[in-house]
Structures are given as C-alpha cells and as structure tokens.
Write a protein that binds this ligand. Structure first.
Ligand SMILES: *[C@@H]1O[C@H](CO)[C@@H](O)[C@H](O)[C@H]1NC(C)=O
Ligand SMILES: *[C@@H]1O[C@H](CO)[C@@H](O)[C@H](O)[C@H]1NC(C)=O
Ligand SMILES: *[C@@H]1O[C@H](CO)[C@@H](O)[C@H](O)[C@H]1NC(C)=O
Ligand SMILES: *[C@@H]1O[C@H](CO)[C@@H](O)[C@H](O)[C@H]1NC(C)=O
Ligand SMILES: *[C@@H]1O[C@H](CO)[C@@H](O)[C@H](O)[C@H]1NC(C)=O
Ligand SMILES: *[C@@H]1O[C@H](CO)[C@@H](O)[C@H](O)[C@H]1NC(C)=O
Length: 512
C-alpha cells in the first residue's frame, strides 16, 4: 500500500510506458507467522499500518513500521463469528481509528497509548444490525462528519455514527466506542463493490461497471459507465489538476461537476482510464480473465508466451518487462503452447481439439488450422530440426505432423496418429538419435507406459511403435525429460507420484 497521494496511477498515454521501480524501505518478515495477510492499510500520515491475518481466528495488528522491531504496537484477535475480515481502512482524519469489514460484520477499532506510551491498547467494537441490507463490500469514513459508511450487495449504504463520545476504558476492552447504524440509504439496485472518498465526494463502483459520485449528504451527482466495463474492483484517482480546485463547493456551483480523471480495474482483469471531462473510457490493459494454462519460453529471445482459457494469448519481454503482442481467440481456450526450436513459430493447442501454428512475432496464423484431435490438446512439441511436431490430447492419442512447403512457405500437415495410451498422457518428448541426426519421439502416460515411436518407418496415416515399456509398478510416472549428457551413457529422467526421480538408459529403457 502507498500512503494516499503517493502511489499515483499513470497519468495518461504519454506516460503509459513509464515503469515505476519501487524498492522496499522496510520489510516485516514475520508479521503473521504461519498465516498470510488478508487486508492491509496505511494511515494518512504514512506512519502506521493495520494488518489483518488470514486463518480461522484472524489477528488484527497495528504497526509503527519505522521501528526496527518485528513486534506490532498492539494487536487483538477477532471472533470467528464476525466473518472473514478482508477489508481495512484508516480514518484519514485520525490515525488512531480504523475500520474493517467482512461480508457480514463491520468492526471499528481504536488504539490508544497508555502509561506514558509503554503500553498500547487496541479496542474493537462490532455493532450489530438487525435490518437485511445484503453483504458488506467496503467501508469508508465520511470526509467531514463523524460518520462511517459501508456499501452492500443490495445497493445500499449503511451509515454508522457515534452514540457516545469516544471512550476506551482501560479495563473494558470489549466495549471501546459505540458506533451504531443510524441509517440505511438505498442508493441503487445493483450490488456496490467499491466505496471510496475523493475530497468531498463519496464514490461508488458496482457490478455493472458504473461509477457514481455523491455529495456528503449522499445526493447523487453524476455517473460514469461503459458497456465494456465489468464489475468494478478498484478506483484510483489521478493527481489533482494544478490550479483552482473548485470541487469542494460543487453542490452549489452552476458549472457542470467534473471530478478528477481516474483509473479503474474490473473483475474481468481489465484496466481503464476514464477522462471525466469527455466521459471517455480508454482501455489501458487487458489480462487473462480465466486460468493461464499454457506457458512457453522463446528458445532464443527473452520472450514468454502465456495462453489462457479465456482465449487470450499474450507475449511478454521478461527482461524489459514489456508486453509485446497479443491475440484473442474468441470463445476458445488455449491449453498448451510451444515454440519451434528456432523460435519462428508458436504452436497453440486448444481445448476444442484445434491446433494453430502462428508466426512467433505477429501471432498471425501461418498455416491452415489443424483439426485432427478428438479431445482437448494437452501437449504440443517440435522436433529439434522442426521436421515434425506432435500433440497429445485427452483421448490418449499422440498425433504427429510433418513439415511441408505450402506455396513456398513452411507449414506442417497431418502425418499419423495413434491412441497409444489408455490413461492420460503426461508428456511427449522429442529427442535426437545417437547415431544419426534423426528425431526420435517418446510419450509417457499415467498408464505407466513409456512409448517410443518409429518415425522412420511410419508412413502417412500409420504411426509405428518402436518400443513400449512399462516403467513403473506402483507409482505413476508424471513427467519426462532428457538428462544432460554428463557421461558416455545417456539417460531419460522421470519423476513419479512417490516423489522419486529415476534415470533410464535411453536405449534399453532400464532403470539405472
Ligand atoms: C462538510 O462539507 C460540506 C461540503 O463540502 C459542507 O457543506 C458542510 O458544511 C461540511 N460540514 C461540516 C460539518 O464541516
Ligand atoms: C477451436 O478454436 C479455434 C480458435 O478460436 C478455432 O479457430 C477453431 O475453429 C475451433 N475449432 C473447432 C473444431 O471448433
Ligand atoms: C497457393 O497459392 C495459390 C495461388 O496463390 C492458392 O490458390 C492456393 O490456395 C494456395 N495453396 C495453399 C495450400 O495455400
Ligand atoms: C531410416 O530408414 C532408412 C530406409 O528406410 C534407413 O536407410 C535409415 O538408416 C533409417 N534411419 C534410421 C535412423 O533408422
Ligand atoms: C567415453 O567413451 C570414450 C570413447 O569411446 C572413452 O575414451 C572414455 O573413456 C569414455 N568415458 C567414460 C567416462 O566412460
Ligand atoms: C545403455 O546401457 C548399456 C548397458 O549398460 C550400455 O552398453 C549402453 O551404452 C547404454 N546406452 C546408452 C544410450 O547410454
């Protein structure tokens, strides 16, 4: 987390290539030993941190992070029936006060120093609410009243306020200060996912991708939306414009109300920049909305290709940390990727059984789509001389493709296939014959069979098996690789479900 105002979003296209390199100034290593951190906040004065641990019994800690100690100033444990607290925020007006919430419970905290600062007490209060308001999303402190607000999945805002002045009696740690719900305001039908404060505005983001601005009395001011924006996950405002900031008194002014530009991120992994004067949404980046199942490293350059089940294929330069090129395959899921040994081509296998051979630079298809697998393609691999490439699929079949020249350009066409296993195929592996420079091909299945194919005697439509060896009795072999040639004997390396790695002689397939 950055203190408010320090972690500025990129200001616009001109700066969109700027990479901010941040370095850690202090690290607390064992903040919540054995557990993770579910939520963190930094106080407005940037001196204090509040953290909440993961785990069944959550611990809330307050840290003065500049101290050279690994101990929090104060901490408390939360009752599990308060629900999993995953959001925390300091009161910008008072670093001694913060708020957290789960889907079902909002908790107010106050920490105070006692006995000349030698002891610090952390008190929490968890007001109950009898009305049905939906699930809580995020909470904020009002900018100039004693209120706090919580957004809900039913489109409501719960307004909390003090019933008594602050009190944190020394021995009554269970009842620190009394906040209670004073009002529930129905703002909209749609579920509110984000709630934040900008100067003197309350801002909400919702599941429909709408961002709405309200004044301090929760009167609606304006709304920004875009048909392509999904459920809002966060809103980050740009630096204030230099010059007069007339925003604070805008309820009275006649000028149309224009807040600062902002950056949005949505739950479908997209980031937008919103220019508030023109109401324009500019897509800054789009990442995979679903699992990234395929990854391939370029053999010669610092490039990494990532393929997702949402159909997004994206290539990054991992040294410059720059995104290079991407392509979206609509309504298709990428399951595996492989570069050819020279790095000119990228083969992509899809869950619908198709294989595309793409130009490694432009990602344009350079051959006709190959549709020979009956099930999702799980593995794809090229031979060392690119003469062949092979796929494995979920129907336990290995399919081999052979290089041809199509109108003067290099392509691969279907050669032969074989349903060579009766359980899922875990690996396919090309290698080189010891005595010639011919490629050899092996596959390994959960059926414990290591199958070597005879590419030399195979003919179109007929894939020959050279050897079939059962290499395990009880354990299930899981992966396969060539062992580096360190002696005169050459080996295949496998790893199995019993945590063992084994070396097999590549000719006799005997375990060494
Ligand atoms: C809070 O801010 C609003 C708008 O900026 C202003 O009208 C109101 O008087 C303020 N209230 C307090 C208690 O300062
Ligand atoms: C599978 O998806 C790919 C990528 O979008 C597409 O080109 C191909 O036509 C699909 N194949 C089938 C058999 O639907
Ligand atoms: C080769 O080129 C000719 C003419 O440009 C075209 O008609 C033909 O479809 C091409 N063949 C393939 C396999 O792309
Ligand atoms: C491949 O087959 C040809 C003849 O069919 C033979 O001359 C050659 O030695 C074989 N190569 C290998 C690597 O087995
Ligand atoms: C490897 O083979 C070479 C030649 O066949 C032989 O001279 C050498 O001693 C062998 N090395 C080992 C470690 O067996
Ligand atoms: C496999 O093992 C045999 C017998 O130990 C040995 O003669 C042969 O060189 C080995 N093969 C390879 C490829 O290392």
């Amino acid at each position: 987390v950055f203190p408010l105002g320090a972690g500025q979003p990129l200001a616009g296209p001109a700066q969109s290539q700027t990479v901010l390199h941040r370095i850690p100034v202090h690290t607390i290593f064992g903040s919540h030993p054995e557990e993770g951190v579910s939520a963190i906040a930094i106080s407005q004065d940037a001196k204090h941190l509040a953290t909440i641990s993961t785990g069944a019994v959550q611990r809330v800690c307050v840290w003065k992070w500049t101290l050279p100690t690994e101990k929090p100033l104060c901490s408390t444990e939360l009752r599990p029936d308060f629900g999993y607290q995953d959001y925390v925020l300091f009161n910008p007006q008072n670093p001694h006060e913060f708020i957290s919430n789960s889907k079902t419970q909002v908790i107010f905290y106050l920490w105070v120093s006692r006995d000349m600062g030698s002891r610090t007490l952390l008190c929490g209060s968890a007001p109950s609410l009898s009305l049905p308001v939906g699930r809580f999303s995020q909470s904020v402190f009002h900018f100039n009243t004693t209120q706090a607000l919580t957004g809900t999945s039913a489109g409501k805002l719960v307004v909390w306020d003090h019933t008594d002045p602050y009190a944190c009696p020394q021995e009554q740690r269970d009842k620190p200060h009394s906040m209670r719900a004073t009002k529930v305001v129905s703002l909209q039908e749609e579920s509110i996912t984000v709630l934040t404060v900008l100067e003197s505005f309350i801002v909400t983001g919702d599941v429909k991708g709408q961002i709405k601005f309200y004044n301090g009395r929760l009167q609606f001011l304006t709304c920004y939306s875009h048909s392509k924006a999904g459920s809002i996950r966060s809103i980050s405002f740009c630096k204030p414009h230099p010059g007069p900031v007339g925003a604070a008194s805008c309820t009275a002014c006649t000028q149309p109300f224009t807040p600062r530009n902002f950056i949005l991120s949505t739950s479908d992994a997209t980031v937008f920049r919103v220019a508030t004067d023109g109401m324009s949404f500019e897509k800054l980046m789009e990442e995979a909305k679903q699992a990234v199942n395929a990854i391939a490293c370029h053999p010669r350059q610092a490039c990494l290709a990532l393929g997702s089940h949402c159909g997004l294929l994206k290539v990054w330069d991992y040294e410059q940390r720059e995104y290079l090129v991407s392509r979206i395959f609509p309504e298709a899921s990428i399951q595996c990727l492989s570069y050819d040994p020279e790095g000119y081509f990228l083969a992509a296998g899809f869950t619908n059984g198709s294989v595309h051979i793409l130009d490694a630079i432009s990602l344009q298809s350079c051959c006709k789509e190959l549709r020979f697998s009956q099930g999702p393609v799980t593995h794809v691999s090229f031979s060392h001389d690119s003469e062949y490439f092979a796929t494995a699929d979920e129907t336990y079949t290995v399919t081999v493709y052979k290089r041809v020249l199509q109108n003067g350009s290099r392509c691969w066409e279907h050669f032969a296939e074989l349903c060579s296993h009766y359980k899922p195929i875990r690996s396919i592996l090309f290698g080189v014959q010891l005595d010639s420079n011919e490629p050899r091909l092996l596959s390994l299945g959960e059926d414990r069979h290591l199958v070597e194919y005879d590419l030399n005697t195979s003919s179109k439509g007929h894939l020959e098996v050279l050897h079939r060896n059962r290499i395990e009795q009880i354990a299930v072999p899981l992966c396969l690789a060539w062992y580096p040639q360190l002696s005169n004997e050459s080996f295949i390396l496998t790893a199995n479900s019993c945590y063992k790695m084994k070396l097999y002689n590549t000719t006799t397939k005997l375990c060494r």
